[in-house]
Ligand binder design. Structure first.
Ligand SMILES: [Mg+2]
Ligand SMILES: [Zn+2]
Length: 194
């Protein structure tokens, strides 16, 4: 299998508005330039893969069915705008809250890189030529761990994290972008477009 570079993206605060736990599809809002960002990736033939922590499941705030409905809404809103995701990978776990099987010290909750590795294995992705985009330092860590480039977006928690806490970032982003579209343009210029 030929392995391709991909762009991994966080969901809440990166692709969609950060509103806390999204416990109903009606709470999901795409950020203004997100659909265009995904269309750019589609046009470049670069897989767009969402990797998201959803500990609200472990905490009992919403069910797997509700999460599935929220993500289906995300896919549908993007499709309406002519944009297509190549995968949506979710960690539903929390290390200390709730009950098994969701209360677990898993390998997939970011900052661990399990979701990226699972996607790479299933979709045939070259992690070292990929890019991870997110609005929190914990999104950057798994990207660096697998050898991908890392981009912090200033949407969601990004602006506050960058302005007030950048000194304690375990991983300094390779690039800081205003939003997902800026991040995708940087990623394509760096690696994906060749
Ligand atoms: Mg986020
Ligand atoms: Zn997990």
């Amino acid at each position: 299998m030929t392995s391709r570079p991909a762009v991994f993206l966080d969901r809440d605060g990166t692709l969609t508005d950060e509103v806390g736990y999204v416990n109903h599809p009606s709470r999901l809002r795409l950020l203004p330039r997100s659909a265009e960002a995904i269309r750019r990736l589609n046009a470049a033939g670069v897989p767009a893969v969402v990797v998201t922590n959803q500990a609200g499941i472990a905490r009992g705030y919403f069910s797997q069915d509700v999460l599935d409905a929220v993500n289906a809404t995300l896919v549908a809103q993007l499709a309406e705008a002519g944009a297509r995701l190549d995968g949506v990978y979710v960690c539903p776990h929390h290390p200390t809250e709730g009950a098994p099987p969701y209360r677990a010290r898993c390998e997939c909750r970011k900052p661990k890189p399990g979701l990226l590795r699972r996607a790479a294995a299933e979709l045939g992705l070259d992690l070292a030529r990929s890019t991870m985009i997110g609005d929190k330092p914990s999104d950057l860590v798994p990207g660096r761990e697998v050898g991908a480039a890392t981009v912090l977006v200033l949407t969601g928690y990004g602006r506050g994290e960058w302005e007030y806490h950048r000194d304690r970032f375990a991983v300094k982003p390779d690039h800081v972008a205003d939003d997902l579209l800026d991040a995708v343009e940087w990623a394509l210029a760096q690696r994906g477009a060749a």
